[in-house]
Design a protein. Sequence first.
Length: 95
Amino acid sequence: MSETTDMINELSREDPQFAKGIQHYRQQYRCADAIEKLRKRAKLTQTQLGDLVGAPQSAVARWERGDANITMKTLEKIAEATHTQLDIKFVKDNE
């Protein structure tokens, strides 16, 4: 592991609020990464995806950076535009 990862793990063990914040950003990153991969797999530009879901290219860029709280409705539109099915699931911590 890297020095940074070690530090994050240590701070997470020591501070439950820090751990919650880290978990939140990990979830945002996973969602952002999934949106970018879907768009690229569908061979769409950010502008094209935005046009299909009714959002500007700048919004798509924010989604892909994890800089926006995206709604379920928007996720459903992204799934439709990329010919995929939205599947939300809950898993136990550390899975």
